[in-house]
Write a protein that binds this ligand. Structure first.
Ligand SMILES: *[C@@H]1O[C@H](CO)[C@@H](O)[C@H](O)[C@H]1NC(C)=O
Ligand SMILES: *[C@@H]1O[C@H](CO)[C@@H](O)[C@H](O)[C@H]1NC(C)=O
Ligand SMILES: *[C@@H]1O[C@H](CO)[C@@H](O)[C@H](O)[C@H]1NC(C)=O
Length: 402
């Protein structure tokens, strides 16, 4: 946590910091020179959280740290004309609210909602265009049906992870320009193959690349060998507008795990990465999987902290969300997995963090945890949640500038 604190405190001495916090700094973060604390803005990005509530229909919600919903989006909010396949995706049977991202200075939300990959306006101050769909693809195809993540790239491009098990799975890139009309089959600008079961992606403005986490072979056990987690950076070529597959930025986890403790003896799936989360103002990712969460250092392309150390350093105050996260592993030994199944989490520059841990032997949780100054509270209780994210541009990890 220390790095995070110092990074934040040092921010206080830079003029740009004054555009940001209104949240009272946590006591332990207060700078010695209290005159440095002159918050001026009421629009604190990390006060807002976006959460996907699974259901029929699913619902995207932007709420605060008290669970007060300020804005939401669901299919009944859509009144514009839609091409047939986009309409059927919006009204699909899928209850999913799998991914949701802050974009375009907060004026857009990108999401995986029901059977759609969708970008919608978030302009509560301009009601006439608020909640309008500006880009969409129907997910109900052989390639996209299991898509779990998306991320904006420079030039109004949108990267979508196919999250499949085969060698041709990976990332599809689309033109999400709102100047283009919605269409049933928007053209694919680029297809990047080779990374299976991608569950998270994050743009790296400083490194000008897209990072993704997935597995090296099929995560579902359909290949004859165990699947290892992979974190891979794809440099973005500003001239051609293409992502490049560069082995120099590919990191394969040193070990693999079965997930018998949770799912029963001889379960075919291997543990795969769930979320890839930047530490604000640092060149560091935390990566979660079915077992725990580890710390990845970009400069050395290596893990620098294991499960317990990562929690102690970056997520102090984390609490396991239920008392039943244990069982017998494949070797017949009793195992506790308190840090398992973090499907979505994010760290705010002020030291607060949120996380969703699916309930044991289920795919989603029933609340989002918020930890402020080491104290955990539960948000959106009773919602069926896969992911929540801070709704803002995380310091040091801005969305693409161009
Ligand atoms: C995306 O579409 C917009 C609007 O037609 C166009 O200006 C832009 O060049 C397109 N971008 C790419 C990468 O094709
Ligand atoms: C990428 O190219 C665009 C358009 O040519 C330019 O505006 C932008 O500054 C470039 N970005 C970088 C990081 O080179
Ligand atoms: C969430 O699930 C836990 C574990 O099953 C249960 O104890 C708790 O009552 C549930 N909470 C809500 C709000 O449904």
């Amino acid at each position: 946590m220390l790095g995070g604190i110092f990074a934040w405190v040092s921010l206080l001495f830079e003029p740009s910091a004054f555009q940001v916090p209104l949240i009272q700094p946590q006591p332990r973060l207060k700078a010695e020179d209290s005159t440095a604390l002159k918050p001026t803005s009421t629009n604190v990005p990390w006060q807002d959280i976006i959460t996907g509530d699974y259901g029929h229909p699913p619902k995207l919600k932007i709420h605060d740290r008290e669970s007060i919903v300020k804005w939401s989006w669901e299919r009944k909010d859509v009144t514009q004309d839609l091409p047939p396949r986009i309409r059927s995706g919006l009204y699909g049977r899928a209850n999913d609210a799998t991914e949701m991202k802050w974009m375009r200075d907060g004026k857009s939300v990108a999401a995986i909602y029901s059977s759609l990959i969708v970008v919608v306006n978030h302009t509560p101050d301009i009601p006439s265009i608020d909640k309008k769909i500006t880009f969409a693809v129907n997910r109900d195809t052989d390639v996209l049906w299991n898509a779990h993540s998306l991320e904006p790239l420079p030039g109004d491009r949108l990267a979508v992870a196919t999250t499949g098990q085969r060698a041709w799975d990976g990332i599809l890139v689309y033109n999400m320009s709102s100047a283009l009309p919605l269409e049933d089959e928007p053209p694919i600008l680029q297809k990047v193959e080779g990374l299976r079961a991608i569950h998270a992606m994050i743009w790296d403005e400083e490194g000008q690349m897209l990072w993704a986490c997935g597995t090296n072979v099929a995560a579902d056990g359909s290949d004859p060998e165990p699947a290892y987690g992979v974190i891979q950076g794809y440099p973005f070529d500003n001239q051609t507008g293409l992502l490049r597959d560069d082995p120099a930025f590919k990191f394969t986890f040193p070990e693999y795990w079965d997930i018998d403790t949770e799912w029963g003896h001889g379960y075919s799936w291997w543990s795969g990465p769930h979320d890839l989360v930047p530490v604000p103002n640092e060149r560091i990712f935390l990566v979660s999987n079915d077992i725990g969460v580890q710390t990845f250092d970009i400069a050395t392309m290596s893990f620098i902290h294991g499960f317990q150390e990562t929690i102690d350093k970056y997520m102090p105050g984390f609490e396991c969300t239920s008392t039943d996260r244990h069982g017998m592993n494949r070797q017949g030994e009793w195992e506790e997995l308190p840090y398992s199944d973090l499907k979505g989490f994010s760290l705010a520059p002020d030291g607060a963090f949120i996380y969703t841990q699916s309930l044991w032997k289920l795919f989603r949780g029933n609340h989002t945890s918020l930890v402020v100054d080491g104290v955990r509270t539960q948000l959106m209780e009773g919602n069926e949640i896969y992911r929540s994210r801070f709704f803002g541009d995380i310091d040091g990890w801005p969305k693409p500038k161009t």
